[in-house]
Design a protein around this ligand. Structure first.
Ligand code: HEC
Length: 234
């Protein structure tokens, strides 16, 4: 009897180890920087696009070093690219309510993501994730439609920063000691030159978004035009 129990335990342990190994090798076929999907010509305002909105949001809110990046991924969860986000985030296309990636955003206590001291995602940010999953969790991307002459703070500048920067630059311990979570905080880095310097990758500034994809030329020009026009709260 004892033998049998020992044998079963050994078997379970063995099966568990095999599963662990499989888990690690699952991603051999998936490059860390997969090719971008072909962009659709224009951006449908009713659609959420993975490359435009979901990836930068997850990279800045979850893929910080020590959290869910490639090197130090906690519990194997990697928020770094389409495949890893979909698989390790247990995304069920069409069903945000059944997807771990979405559910953890509204949990309480220690299982809530991002955990303290990082800021909880805003309702708008959670809605981006939910809508993308409910629309099929596709690897989609759109270009076009961006106009550098549109640069109001509320409709253009704040959404760019909210998706691409706020994850690292909010909460009790914002990266670099810089908060970018409301007009006043954004205006102060606009005024001292660091906002444009960092997104345009000018010499002397840290390149932002850190470890992420550079903003599009159009987005960078929108930020420049907004600053050149006095960085108003409009
Ligand atoms: C993954 C985390 C992360 C993301 C995303 C991120 N930052 Fe940063 N940021 C940092 C860190 C960390 C620093 C501190 C300096 C460094 O380590 O390079 C920093 C520094 C800065 C600085 C000061 C740079 C300087 O040279 O004085 C500015 C301005 C800034 N970030 C703006 C942004 C903007 C704008 C975005 C979005 C377009 C952004 N950051 C996205 C982590 C991030």
């Amino acid at each position: 009897m004892v033998r049998r129990i020992l044998f079963s335990m050994a078997f379970i342990l063995f099966a568990f180890m095999v599963m662990q190994c499989k888990h690690e090798t699952d991603f051999i076929d998936f490059p860390a920087n997969p090719d971008l999907p072909a962009p659709s010509g224009s951006c449908d305002p009713d659609s959420v696009y993975f490359v435009n909105s979901v990836l930068p949001l997850l990279k800045s809110s979850c893929a910080m070093s020590g959290c869910h990046d490639l090197g130090t991924a906690r519990s194997g969860i990697m928020m770094t690219d389409y495949y890893r986000i979909k698989i390790t985030g247990e995304v069920k296309p069409g069903n945000s309510g059944g997807s771990k990636l979405y559910k953890v955003l509204s949990k309480s206590g220690e299982s809530k993501m991002p955990p303290s001291p990082y800021a909880e995602l805003s309702d708008d940010q959670k809605a981006i994730i939910a809508k993308w999953i409910d629309q099929g969790a596709r690897y989609n991307y759109c270009t076009g439609e961006c106009n550098p002459d549109n640069y109001t703070f509320s409709a253009v500048i704040y959404p760019i920063i909210s998706v691409n920067c706020k994850g690292c630059h909010s909460g009790n311990q914002p990266s670099g000691g810089i908060k970018l979570d409301d007009y006043a905080s954004i205006k102060s880095v606009a005024d001292n030159g660091a906002l444009y310097g960092s997104v345009a990758h000018l010499a002397g500034y840290s390149q932002m978004p850190k470890d992420g994809i550079k903003l599009s030329e159009c987005n960078i020009n929108q930020i420049k035009n907004w600053i050149d026009n006095g960085a108003p709260n409009n």
